[in-house]
Design a protein around this ligand. Structure first.
Ligand code: PAF
Length: 280
């Protein structure tokens, strides 16, 4: 696996591969890799000749009171896992490389971030779209793989690609879950043993919403109440519970032909997100 730290060197390698006729897939990450990330690497491998993982804990997508400083960083373990999954290159730029002095460009969507996490994490998605576009420009991929756990992020990146005519196909990787249903997340490492138990309530709440929809409930007030109760009973705090249209991300009053449930909850100090398809 090649390890690359500069944008110039990454672009050079990408150009070489493209001239040789290879296709390139990128899996952007912030490191602290887990089975969810590795499943995205494996999915990328199915679609392209060369797979590039990126690890960059992007400061611009963290708010002032968020966990940028404490975000888990474990590059040695990450590298070993990427090697085991036959990743061709790891692009791991520094902050200075990505945001040199004088950097001032932002990529901003105006509608999709007005929901869910975008409402609670000001500026978060501007940070995400700006860095993702920069990573695409460095890696020159034909394909990029993003996890469905970060559903709003996936939809926002897809929209950016469409709006800006980027020649990159976005592939969605299904959420990978622990045996008890908890969605894999780098932030699960923050949980102590009691919080880990309480965290399961997020998935349980989503499953309950799906059961209610399957048995005929369409009123989203009832669905939101049911989800909130499960999370609060477990001792976690709801940041939001929402029933949304899966494309516009707008909140629904009534479950129609297409609906998704999405949750953000604080388990102790750790904010976790998850979502589930209710109807499609
Ligand atoms: O999902 C993540 O890990 C990050 O938001 C991403 C896409 C790597 C951008 O920093």
């Amino acid at each position: 696996m090649e390890k690359i730290e500069t944008i110039g060197a990454m672009q050079q390698l990408a150009r070489k591969w493209l001239l040789e006729g290879h296709t390139i897939a990128v899996v952007p990450t912030m490191g602290a890799l887990h089975q969810g990330h590795l499943s995205l690497i494996d999915l990328a491998r199915q679609h392209a000749d060369k797979v590039v993982a990126t690890i960059f804990v992007n400061p611009t997508q963290f708010g002032p009171n968020e966990d940028f400083d404490g975000y888990p960083r474990n590059s040695e373990a990450d590298e070993l896992q990427l090697q085991a999954h036959l990743t061709d290159a790891l692009f791991m730029p520094t902050s200075k490389e990505m945001y040199p002095d004088g950097f001032e460009t932002r990529v901003e969507l105006t509608r999709l971030p007005l929901h869910l996490c975008g409402m609670r994490r000001e500026g978060h998605f501007v940070g995400v779209t700006t860095v993702v576009l920069k990573l695409f420009n460095a890696v020159q991929p034909q394909l990029a793989v993003f996890g469905e756990k970060d559903y709003q992020q996936l939809m926002i990146v897809r929209k950016m690609v469409r709006d800006l005519n980027l020649p990159v196909e976005i592939i969605a990787g299904p959420t990978v879950r622990a045996e008890d249903g908890l969605a894999m997340s780098s932030r699960n490492r923050y949980l102590d043993i009691h919080e880990r138990k309480a965290a399961i309530s997020i998935y349980q709440a989503l499953v309950r919403a799906r059961q209610l929809v399957n048995s005929g409930t369409v009123d989203t007030i009832i669905l939101r109440q049911a989800m909130t109760e499960i999370i609060e009973q477990a001792g976690a705090n709801v940041d939001y519970v929402a029933v949304i249209h899966p494309e516009s991300l707008e909140e629904l009053n009534v479950v129609g032909a297409k609906a998704h449930a999405a949750i953000a909850a604080f388990v102790g100090r750790t904010r976790l997100i998850d979502n589930i398809r209710l109807k499609d």
